[in-house]
Design a protein around this ligand. Structure first.
Ligand SMILES: Nc1ncnc2c1ncn2[C@@H]1O[C@H](COP(=O)(O)OP(=O)(O)O)[C@@H](O)[C@H]1O
Ligand SMILES: [Mg+2]
Length: 239
């Protein structure tokens, strides 16, 4: 199988200036991911799941370790790649789906969704047609397509966000709780699209609040919760 991602000894922490301490978000993570594989990222709140995804996407700089991404142009270490290269890879090879849309003033829903295809060099009319197809698939009302998403409800924004994030098949897709607060039909459309992308070879790493939603897609799981036995503090009630 074609290797897409090879992460070696990756660590990330945050300097807590106000506390004059360093806090590890995750340490020494190693994993590999092949084309078409789906890796479920698990762990309790604060285990570092979102931080790991942001580090892989290079929104955060890694503290140490390697993120070897097998791009269509060759292998590149995302932990050290130049910003300009990261920007290019984000256009066509690495996608990130969160719960949140970054809507821009005076950009319509259909333009926002078509943008990734246009940036990848597709014909503008075809890009718009595809955008409408995905807006419909995720259940955004036709009357909203030419409107500005800045005024949409949270759920409508999330659907526009999914259409935009998933319109262009990528080599690597990072998913951070994309189903949170989606209605059932949009959730079903999302799972269908992920299955289609997986079949076409997209490698995925995802955090899901309800992993049962994606049970049929999961190939492997990793848990970021530290190994140390988690002690429960028990308060004995004295009567
Ligand atoms: N930008 C940041 N600055 C400082 N601490 C952060 C930052 N981002 C995340 N953290 C901390 O890192 C830890 C892991 O957070 P996160 O990755 O969001 O956890 P999860 O997604 O698993 O719930 C948390 O303790 C969080 O407070
Ligand atoms: Mg998180």
């Amino acid at each position: 199988m074609t290797c897409i991602l090879d992460v070696r000894g990756l660590s990330k922490g945050f300097q807590m200036h106000h506390l004059a301490t360093h806090m590890a978000a995750f340490s020494e993570i190693s994993l590999t991911l092949s084309a078409g594989e789906f890796l479920l990222l698990k762990g309790r709140n604060g285990a570092g799941k979102s931080t790991l995804l942001r580090t892989l996407y290079r929104s955060y700089l890694a503290q140490s370790g390697q993120i070897l991404f097998h791009s269509s142009h060759g292998v590149i270490d995302l932990a050290r790649a130049a910003d300009v290269d990261v920007t290019l890879l984000r256009r066509t090879e690495i996608g990130f789906v969160t719960q949140f849309l970054s809507a821009r003033p005076r950009v319509s829903a259909e333009e926002l969704v078509a943008e990734p295809l246009r940036q990848a060099g597709r014909d503008p009319a075809e890009a718009l047609e595809q955008a409408r197809h995905w807006l419909a698939a995720f259940g955004v009302k036709r009357t909203l397509w030419p409107a500005y998403p800045t005024t949409f409800s949270g759920g409508e924004q999330q659907k526009v966000n999914l259409a935009r994030a998933l319109i262009l098949p990528q080599r690597l897709l990072l998913l951070d709780e994309p189903t949170a607060s989606l209605d059932a039909s949009a959730r079903a459309a999302l799972i269908d699209r992920l299955a289609e992308l997986k079949a076409s070879g997209t490698a995925m790493i995802g955090v899901f609040h309800h992993p049962g939603d994606v049970a049929t897609l999961i190939d492997r799981e990793i848990d970021l919760t530290p190994d140390a036995p988690q002690e429960e503090t028990r308060t004995d009630v004295v009567v």
